[in-house]
Design a protein around this ligand. Structure first.
Ligand SMILES: [Zn+2]
Length: 535
């Protein structure tokens, strides 16, 4: 396959003085590659790491195995006369308590040891204060890129817009872009001084500028890959960027967390994404001749992923889907103390409860409980919603009276679901509550609510009152739910296609921890069942 940049080497640009926005003049670009020589460039990439520095309990993924894999590829590429670049599509932060509790220090230090060349800033890089983000950049030691996140006061990028790598006399520009949804889903407190511009607007001026400085133009993005550009309620993603802005050779993406087993080629741009959590490393091998990509090969390489099979006795066992990758000892030396420290911190007191909060299966699936109310309220407050709805099947244990730790919260909410929300009209809300209110007592679908009272008559929610006021047909209402029920889990209405659906990406247990930290000691009376939903 061949992608065309419409770029003419040598003569075409020689002797022209080209004015670039922000600069008075700039020297014209003189390519340094040799005519008719084949240059081999390998782009390796991951995205949406989300705190997974350590392998999971089944021995899948993890940065130690990732290092062995990447070291081996780099060596092979170099032996073949090529050069490699290692990029990340961002969202290193948020998702695993052992990482979150340490501001993702193990993750960024691990990336440094892996020698990442650059990463796009993801929306979750703004879950923490600017101080933490600055510390993280120091731990990482490689550029954080985003061309469309500007400091309001100066109009300059918060970090860098792009970086040009000189590899074997070939210049490769890597720009960063971050979803403009960051303003919607990030912590407003940490975004106040920033403006986030639509990536395509910025790329329209940046790409022509970089075409005068580099042979290959790569975008490391955190914008999402949406099939055929159908981005629904999200901000436009990589497909839209490729279709609107000519001249980008490769987009190394993230955010939607889907595996692209083949590049999605849009208007000559190769769009890549390597699922999530370091489950795969993406490998793109390019041959570039006379300033053009003349061939490309792509593969997602699994990092110790496993599948379940039946053994001889008919028991279900997990086996590697490809050859096992050994864990790199140097990486293990770096990460082991962090893992130990993280686990220890799970047992540290985060708050205190004056009463037992009830989440045991036999009760929470049949009736409103104080724990159901607390969780629905915590979700609701986190995303500024009017109503919180929680499926009781997602509540797995009691939160006993006494000291509360991260671990005890994880016992209650172990699934790592994320808090989402959708803005519904009064009519849509009525339909939504009618479905959820009708869920059978005793089933995991049985709902726990915050901010709403109604009477369920058959399959219809009636007399709906939201935070004390009767339903107003001229208003829209924000409903907080987890991403599991948002996708239709437990038979809830599927809302992920709704134009006003947003997945905040905040992990449910983290949201509950934060709520407890801000509201302890927890008094049962504040969350006591009120019979708000009459069935
Ligand atoms: Zn993201």
């Amino acid at each position: 396959m061949k992608t065309m940049k419409g770029y003419l080497p040598h003569l075409a640009v020689t002797g022209l003085a080209i004015a670039v926005a922000g600069c008075a003049t700039t020297a014209s670009y003189q390519p340094t590659w040799e005519a008719d020589k084949e240059y081999k460039v390998t782009i390796l990439h991951t995205n949406d790491h989300h705190g997974r520095f350590w392998q999971n309990r089944n021995g899948e993924y993890g940065m130690a195995a990732r290092k062995t894999l990447i070291d081996n590829i780099r060596e092979e590429v170099a032996l073949n006369g090529g050069a490699s670049l290692l990029l990340s599509g961002g969202d290193i932060n948020t998702g695993v308590p052992e990482s979150d509790l340490q501001d993702a220090e193990p993750d960024f230090r691990g990336m440094k040891l892996l020698q990442y060349d650059a990463m796009a800033l993801g929306n979750h890089e703004f879950d923490n204060s600017r101080n933490v983000l600055m510390k993280q950049r120091e731990w990482a030691g490689f550029p954080f890129l985003s061309a469309n996140i500007l400091v309001k006061e100066t109009g300059e990028p918060l970090f860098d817009a792009y970086k040009i790598f000189d590899i074997n006399n070939l210049k490769i520009a890597v720009m960063g872009f971050t979803t403009d949804d960051t303003v919607k889903i990030g912590n407003p407190e940490y975004l106040e001084d920033l403006s986030i511009l639509p990536p395509a607007e910025v790329a329209k001026t940046l790409v022509p500028e970089l075409e005068k400085k580099a042979d290959l133009i790569v975008a490391a993005t955190h914008m999402g890959h949406y099939k055929d550009g159908n981005y629904g309620g999200n901000a436009p993603g990589d497909v839209t960027l490729a279709r609107t802005v000519p001249g980008i050779d490769v987009i190394v993406g993230g955010h939607s967390q889907n595996p692209l087993f083949e590049p999605d080629v849009q208007s000559g741009t190769l769009i890549l994404q390597a699922h999530e959590w370091g489950k795969y490393v993406g490998r793109l091998d390019l041959v570039i001749k006379n300033g053009e990509i003349t061939s490309s090969e792509y593969r997602l390489i699994p990092v110790n992923l496993k599948k379940k099979v039946k053994d001889a006795e008919g028991n279900s066992v997990r086996v590697f889907i490809e050859d096992e990758i050994e864990q790199d000892p140097e990486m293990l030396d770096l990460l082991t103390p962090f893992q130990a420290k993280g686990q220890k911190e799970l047992s540290v007191e985060i708050g205190f409860s004056n009463d037992d909060f009830i989440g045991e299966r036999g009760v929470v699936r049949k009736q409103e409980t104080n724990l159901g109310n607390l969780i629905a309220l915590a979700m609701k407050e986190k995303v500024n919603a009017d109503i919180g709805v929680m499926n009781s099947g997602g509540i797995r244990d009691n939160l006993p009276k006494g000291i509360v730790t991260y671990k005890s919260v994880l016992q209650v909410q172990p699934f790592g679901n994320t808090v989402s929300y959708v803005d519904l009209t009064a009519a849509e809300l009525t339909d939504y509550l009618s479905v959820v209110g009708g869920k059978q007592a005793g089933s995991g679908a049985f709902g726990q609510f915050s901010g709403v009272a109604f009477t369920q008559v058959g399959d219809k929610a009636t007399n709906i009152v939201v935070n004390g006021a009767p339903l107003d047909t001229s208003k829209t209402y924000r409903v907080a739910i987890n991403n599991y029920v948002a996708t239709g889990g437990d038979g809830y209405p599927k809302v992920t296609d709704h134009p006003n659906y947003v997945n905040s990406g905040y992990v449910d247990a983290d949201v509950m921890v934060e709520y407890i930290q801000n509201n302890y000691p927890l008094d049962g009376a504040k969350y006591a069942p009120t019979g708000a939903v009459k069935r």
